[in-house]
Design a protein around this ligand. Structure first.
Ligand SMILES: Nc1ncnc2c1ncn2[C@@H]1O[C@H](COP(=O)(O)OP(=O)(O)OP(=O)(O)O)[C@@H](O)[C@H]1O
Ligand SMILES: [Mg+2]
Length: 259
């Protein structure tokens, strides 16, 4: 495989009854590229993510990863292959400590199998040094023994990203990682993402383009299930179709910008 097309989405459509949530999208994402996905509420961003990660099968189309058709593989199989995501609503185990959440991800990423009860019984044997290094790296050491449900949303987001990164994924997919966070917390998450640029592919959903403009090279814009434009960030943001359908500018406003 060459590096050009790490992930290729081919004519993917997802219908929920009469609703077309994702409408015939094709997209190619390269190795180590940082790509943003923007679109209004209900545009289909999470559904598109779910198709790539295997949480929903597409109604039509294919997902190709490193030249292999993975359209019908389970989320777990895709995680093993290097496609790891975070969720729009955080998906940590809130009854467990921060340390145990990381241990769980560490164990899963190293054993690549297992029912949770087996995981827990064996977790005691994990060499914690690496886990503590992770806690340190993500500024979570002081929270190690706290119940995850009791830490702030910003801290939980950082933990969730740490749990994803412990898999050393080739593609890290983040669904609105800044939602509900303060400016300071956003900067902390951004800092972690910047540290990962060049190490892996990052595909990030965000409502507000201003938050990710500096991070991403390319951007995709979804409107009502369609991917109306994709490509170099500034070119896309200045394109007529994005101005018209995403920013909802009328002809007069567009003429003013161009004057
Ligand atoms: N499991 C489902 N069953 C039926 N309809 C669904 C399902 N999941 C999503 N939808 C619908 O598909 C459309 C796209 O939803 P999706 O969650 O992908 O949008 P989104 O761009 O992620 O929105 P948001 O910015 O609010 O997170 C919406 O109309 C939503 O109601
Ligand atoms: Mg969503």
């Amino acid at each position: 495989m060459n590096d050009e097309g790490l992930l290729t989405i081919k004519n993917v459509t997802k219908r929920f009854g009469p609703l077309v949530a994702v409408d015939n999208i094709s997209l190619e994402i390269k190795k180590n590229e940082v790509v943003g996905l923007i679109g209004a509420n209900g545009a289909g961003k999470t559904t598109f993510f779910n198709i790539i990660t295997g949480h929903y099968p597409p109604t039509e189309g294919a997902v190709i990863y490193k030249g292999q058709d993975i359209t019908r593989l389970s989320p777990a199989e895709r995680v093993e292959m290097g496609i790891v995501r975070t969720f729009q609503l955080t998906a940590t185990f809130n009854e467990l400590s921060v340390l145990d959440n990381l241990r769980l991800s560490y164990f899963k990423s190293h054993r690549k199998s297992g029912l949770s009860n087996i995981i827990f019984s064996k977790m005691k044997n994990i060499d914690d040094d690496e886990i503590y290094e992770y806690l340190e790296k993500f500024n979570l050491s002081h929270l190690a023994h706290k119940k995850t449900g009791s830490i702030s949303l910003g801290e939980r987001r950082v933990l969730e990203i740490a749990m994803a990164l412990i898999y050393n994924p080739q593609i890290l997919m983040l669904d609105e990682p800044f939602a509900g966070l303060s400016e300071k917390e956003i900067d902390e998450v951004l800092e972690i993402l910047y540290q990962n640029v060049g190490q892996r592919t990052i595909f990030i959903v965000e409502h507000k383009v201003s938050k990710i403009e500096g991070l991403v090279q390319d951007i995709c814009v979804m409107v009502e299930g369609e991917m109306i434009c994709a490509g170099e960030c500034q070119t896309v943001l200045k394109s007529d179709i994005v101005r018209e359908r995403y920013w909802k500018m009328d002809a007069k406003e567009m003429a003013k910008i161009k004057a």
